[in-house]
Write a protein that binds this ligand. Structure first.
Ligand SMILES: Cc1cc2nc3c(=O)[nH]c(=O)nc-3n(C[C@H](O)[C@H](O)[C@H](O)COP(=O)(O)OP(=O)(O)OC[C@H]3O[C@@H](n4cnc5c(N)ncnc54)[C@H](O)[C@@H]3O)c2cc1C
Length: 385
C-alpha cells in the first residue's frame, strides 16, 4: 500500500471558511426546517439553488466552467458540515456533485462541458445519475435498459430506480446497454435532459431515512437521444461509471462522517446536561466510555476519508482507499448513531431530539453507491491480486 506521504490533516483556511459558511447558513436555513422536511418527505429544491449561490453545487468544477474550483479536501469538508446538520441535504449535494456533475466533468467532451457544467455548478440545473435498475443494483453491469442506435439517434427503453433527483433533476447521466448482456464494454453513458419526449419520472420512494432527499424512478419509453449526447465513446459507459463511483465513495464516506460526528456531538452535549442520580450522566463510566469509543471511531473515519481525498487530489488511484473509507465510515456511522440514541435514553427514541434522525439517516450509507459487502469485494480483490 502506498505510504501516505505528506498528508496534512490540519484544516486549511479554505476548509475553515467553508465550514463556517455552512454552519451559519445551516443554522438559518436548515435547522429550523429539517424535521418538517423529514416528516413530510419534502425535497427542498429552493435550498439547492441557495447552495448553488454559495458555490456548493460545483465544488470540484474549475472556475472556467462556473464552479468553485476547489479540491477534494474542501469537498469533504462541505459534505461533512452539511451532513452534520441534515444527512438528506448532504446526500443530495454529494450525488449532484460527484455523480452527474462528476461524470460530465471527467468524461464529457468540451462542448458538452460548456453546455452543462456552468448550469450544474451554479445550481441552475439539478443533476441525476442513473445506473441502478429494479433488478440490477450491486450487479449493475447486468442492466437491461437499452439504447438502440438508429441513424444519428439512440432510442432508450427501460427504467432506472432509486435515483437521487429522479423526478426533479433537470439533467441526468444515464447508463444504458448498447452491446451484449455480460459485456462490460457493452454499455454507454448519455446526457438526457428533463422534458425529452419519452423520459418520465416514476415512483418516488417512501424511505426509512434521508427522507428530504428525493429518490425516484426514471422511465424511458422510446426516448430519442441525439448521438451528440453520448459521453465519450460508445461502450465506455460502464467503465466510466466505475471510475465515477471511486470518487463518489469519498462523498459517501464524508456523508457518513458528517452524520457520525453530528450524532456524537449531540450525545456529548446531552450527556453533560442530563442529570440522573444527582449528577450528569457523563459522570457514569458506562456513558463516558461510550463517548470515548464514538470519538475514536469518528477520528479514524476522518483519517481514512481525508487520506482517500488526498490521493484523489494527487491524481492517484483511489479504488481501494475510497472503498476502505466508505466501508469504515458508513459502518461506524450506524454504530455511533446507535450509541447516540442510547445516550439520549427515552428522549433519543422521540422526534424531539436529533438522535433518532441520525440513526435513520446513517443506514443509507452502508447501502448507497455500493453496499458494505461490495466495498469488501473491491478491497479484497485489490489486496489479493
Ligand atoms: C436513498 C438511495 C439513493 C440512491 N441513489 C442512487 C442514484 O442516484 N443513482 C443510482 O444509480 N443508484 C442509486 N441508488 C441505488 C444504490 O446504489 C443501490 O441500492 C445499491 O447499489 C444496492 O443495490 P440493490 O439495492 O439492488 O441491492 P442488491 O444488489 O440486490 O443487494 C442486496 C444484498 O445482497 C448483497 N450482495 C449483492 N451482491 C453480492 C455479492 N456479490 N457478494 C456479497 N453480497 C452481495 C448486498 O450487499 C445486499 O446486502 C440509491 C439507493 C438509495 C437507497
Amino acid at each position: 500500500m502506498e505510504a501516505p506521504i505528506g498528508i496534512s490533516f490540519i484544516e486549511s483556511e479554505n476548509q475553515k471558511m467553508i465550514a463556517k459558511m455552512i454552519q451559519d447558513f445551516g443554522e438559518k436555513e436548515m435547522v429550523p426546517n429539517r424535521m418538517e422536511w423529514d416528516e413530510s418527505q419534502h425535497f427542498p429544491l429552493d435550498l439547492f439553488k441557495k447552495l448553488g449561490h454559495l458555490g456548493l453545487m460545483g465544488v470540484l468544477v474549475p472556475e472556467e466552467y462556473g464552479g468553485a474550483g476547489f479540491g477534494y479536501h474542501e469537498y469533504v469538508t462541505a459534505i461533512v458540515e452539511l451532513s452534520k446538520i441534515d444527512g438528506s441535504i448532504g446526500l443530495s449535494m454529494a450525488a449532484h456533485n460527484s455523480l452527474c456533475t462528476g461524470h460530465i466533468l471527467q468524461f464529457a467532451n468540451e462542448s458538452q462541458k460548456q453546455q452543462y457544467l456552468p448550469k450544474l455548478a451554479t445550481g441552475e440545473y439539478l443533476g441525476a445519475w442513473g445506473l441502478t435498475e429494479p433488478n440490477t443494483g450491486s450487479d449493475a453491469g447486468n442492466m437491461r435498459t437499452v439504447a438502440e442506435k438508429k441513424g444519428d439517434y439512440f432510442i432508450l427503453n427501460g427504467a432506472k430506480n432509486f435515483i437521487t433527483h429522479g423526478k426533479s433533476g433537470d439533467v441526468a447521466v444515464v447508463i444504458a446497454r448498447t452491446g451484449e448482456v455480460g459485456d462490460s464494454h457493452g454499455m454507454s453513458a448519455f446526457i438526457v435532459e428533463r422534458g425529452t419526449p419519452g423520459f418520465s419520472a416514476g415512483k418516488k420512494e417512501n424511505k426509512l431515512g434521508m427522507r428530504a432527499s428525493e429518490t425516484a424512478e426514471m422511465v424511458f419509453t422510446d426516448c430519442k437521444i441525439h448521438k451528440s449526447q453520448l459521453i465519450g465513446n460508445e461502450g465506455e459507459g460502464f467503465v466510466q461509471s466505475l471510475k465515477v463511483l471511486d470518487g463518489g465513495r469519498i462523498s459517501i464516506a464524508s456523508l457518513s462522517l458528517g452524520i457520525a460526528e453530528g450524532a456524537y456531538l449531540a450525545a456529548l452535549k446531552y450527556s453533560k446536561e442530563r442529570h440522573q442520580f444527582n449528577q450528569p450522566i457523563a459522570n457514569f463510566q458506562g456513558i463516558s466510555f461510550k463517548l470515548a469509543e464514538m470519538a475514536t471511531k469518528v477520528e479514524a473515519a476522518k483519517l481514512l476519508t481525508y487520506r482517500a481525498a488526498d490521493l484523489k487530489n494527487r491524481g492517484m488511484s483511489v479504488n481501494r482507499e475510497s472503498a476502505m473509507a466508505k466501508l469504515y465510515a458508513s459502518e461506524i456511522a450506524v454504530e455511533v448513531a446507535n450509541d447516540g440514541v442510547q445516550i439520549f435514553g427515552g428522549y433519543g427514541y422521540t422526534k424531539d431530539f436529533p438522535a433518532e434522525k441520525y440513526y435513520r439517516d446513517a443506514k443509507l450509507c452502508t447501502i448507497g453507491e455500493g453496499t458494505s459487502e461490495i466495498q469488501k469485494l473491491v478491497i479484497s480483490r485489490s489486496i489479493l491480486k
